[in-house]
Design a protein around this ligand. Structure first.
Ligand code: CTP
Length: 129
């Protein structure tokens, strides 16, 4: 039974998020999603997500293709999260292409093409305007 793991913020859930999760799920039998914490987003992007980590965890967990969620609290712990959840595959969007190749010693690393023309940042901007 292959376990697939992916990471992301999944704020203001949109079609690009659903599509990557469905494609990731199709690579195995169990999809585990690391949802990044509010603190991690504040330190990484300089702003808090629109939806809290508790809400984002609940929304992602409710998707049919997702089997399990956990809170990603540090960018430095990827290797630990991969082994702790028994990941056979790490799936990421190609905005991260090459950045996770270092983990190919413990799992298969797959990059998916991003869904064009949609992002959380663009949606927030559109609503602002
Ligand atoms: N993703 C995707 N297609 C999109 C947007 C995101 O495949 N159009 C993927 C990313 O590559 C990542 C996952 O969804 O693997 C979570 O991305 P996240 O950063 O949460 O979403 P973004 O919309 O990219 O958010 P932001 O605009 O804040 O960077």
């Amino acid at each position: 039974m292959a376990t697939v793991l992916t990471f992301g913020t999944f704020d203001v859930l949109h079609i690009g998020h659903l599509r990557i999760l469905e494609r990731a799920a199709a690579l195995g039998e169990r999809l585990v999603v690391g949802v990044s914490s509010d603190a991690l987003n504040i330190s990484k992007k300089g702003r808090a997500p629109v939806f809290s980590q508790a809400e984002r965890l609940q929304l992602v967990a409710a998707l049919r293709c997702v089997d399990e969620v956990f809170l990603e609290e540090s960018l430095e712990l990827k290797r630990h999260y991969l082994s702790a959840h028994g990941a056979d595959v790490l799936a990421m969007g190609d905005d991260w292409k090459g950045r996770f190749d270092e983990f190919s010693d413990i799992c298969r690393v797959v990059y998916f093409e991003r869904t064009p023309a949609v992002s959380t940042t663009a949606i927030i901007e559109k609503i602002r305007l």
